[in-house]
Design a protein around this ligand. Structure first.
Ligand SMILES: Cc1ncc(COP(=O)(O)O)c(C=O)c1O
Length: 415
């Protein structure tokens, strides 16, 4: 009989104590940080681990024979093992450290795209994407003489999948680039089905998991995609570190992305050969302490339980949708709770999102205002910008109450 393991509900009040930022006040108020989809706050466990690493184990990696260098290399490679386990990669060779999510996605677009796209081919992205999984494909397709196509979205901000039938009439679909969760609307996309659709056409699926790996279990083998990109700074780790997971057979066949130190096997005046995976894609001195911090962030997430984080985020999001529905001048964009991550973008009638965010800041509430690096989404709704609240493991329901009260004050002031 299989045993179902359920992680107990998380205790956000206790977890919050791990985050030094919440000991401080902003604009004289305690901080309601509702901007984790932008970047998360960092727990002491990660900050302390990085400090200890710099104090006792830091040197360059993969090139020192002395003990300090060996410790540093062990810390860096240990982080790769932790990340590999976090997303259930088949091998650490499939886990490449980059500087951020954007670099991970550009790596695929350049290293795979330049050699695999040409006239008659179609590179497909979606109207929901962050620019990082849209612009590189638009650009590389153009450079290669291929077509660039976009899966549109419907009124709820969900992918209009029926458009794929029209898209494939435009040529050979070679790549489909899609987010697991939209950073703007929170839409959860059916990436596994899309990967199957792509594979039936011998195309690849490039998944942007920047908004998923921080807050739910992501198993790259179960997902069925070919590449999965994510970023450290949204998952409790420092900025300056991202991850590209890729299928080993594809990574082996692809050309390198950046060239120089650490990624070579042999260099002569005549020719250069490449290092083994994953080093072929890690040119130059990597983000060493950042990777170490990311490994500790993965430990923290595992200890709390990603399924518990996912459930808690859903509760908070459900509560936010309910409370925001009480405000007739607030229009929430995006899908229903069942198909939404912990992200709520909205429009406040007659008030520019920058004014909304500025006034909320005076009340100690941090939200994001802008186009969220997703201008095609804004175009779809005929808006220049939205206000976005996003939730994470350290948020509390009363912060959502503060947001709702704050919005009522903003509206009263502008009305
Ligand atoms: C869905 C998504 N993709 C990609 C990125 C880019 O990640 P990074 O800021 O690490 O380059 C972001 C960051 O906002 C994002 O939300």
């Amino acid at each position: 009989m299989s045993e179902i393991v359920v992680t107990p509900a998380l205790d956000a009040r206790r977890l919050r104590e791990d985050f030094p930022v919440f000991d401080r006040t902003f604009c004289g108020k305690s901080l309601a940080y509702l901007d984790s989809a932008n970047s998360s706050q960092k727990p002491r466990q990660v900050l302390d681990a990085m400090r200890r690493f710099y104090e006792s184990s830091y040197a360059n990696v993969h090139r020192a024979v002395y003990e300090l260098g060996e410790r540093s290399t062990a810390g860096y490679e240990g982080a790769r093992e932790k990340i590999s386990a976090l997303v259930n990669a088949a091998s650490t060779r499939e886990v490449i450290f980059t500087r951020n999510g954007t670099e991970a996605l550009n790596l695929v677009a350049y290293a795979w795209g330049l050699d695999n796209l040409g006239p008659g081919d179609v590179a497909v992205s979606t109207a929901l994407e962050h620019h990082s999984n849209f612009v590189p494909w638009q650009y590389i397709a153009k450079r290669c003489g291929a077509e660039f196509a976009v899966v549109p979205i419907d009124g709820q901000g969900e992918l209009a999948l029926e458009s794929l039938a029209e898209i494939e009439k435009r040529g050979r679909v070679k790549v489909l680039a899609c987010a697991l969760i939209s950073n703007t609307l929170g839409t959860i996309c059916p990436v596994t089905e899309l990967a199957a659709w792509a594979h039936e056409r011998e195309a690849i699926l490039v998944a942007d998991a920047c908004q998923a790996v921080p807050n739910r279990p992501v198993d790259v083998q179960e997902l069925g995609c070919d590449f999965v990109a994510f970023t450290g700074h949204k998952m409790l780790a420092p900025s300056g570190i991202g991850v590209l997971w890729g299928r080993e057979e594809l990574l082996r066949r692809m050309a390198p992305y950046e060239l120089g130190g650490s990624m070579i096997r042999k260099v002569t005046e005549k020719a250069t050969t490449w290092a083994d995976l994953p080093y072929k894609y890690e040119a130059g001195t990597p983000p060493i302490a950042e990777a170490f911090g990311l490994g500790h962030a993965a430990d923290y997430l595992r200890d709390v339980g990603l399924d518990a984080i996912e459930r808690y985020e859903r509760e908070l999001t459900g509560y936010a949708l309910e409370r925001l529905a009480e405000l007739p001048y607030v229009t929430v964009l995006g899908p229903p709770l069942e198909r939404r991550g912990g992200i709520v973008s909205f429009d406040v009638d007659g008030v520019h999102p920058h004014d909304v965010a500025q006034l909320l800041d005076y009340a100690g509430i941090a939200v994001r205002a802008g186009h969220h690096c997703a201008q095609p989404v804004m175009d779809h709704f005929g808006l220049g910008a939205t206000t976005r609240a996003s939730f994470y493991l350290y948020n509390l329901p009363e912060e959502i109450d503060r947001l709702v009260e704050g919005l009522a004050e903003v509206h009263a002031r502008f009305a």
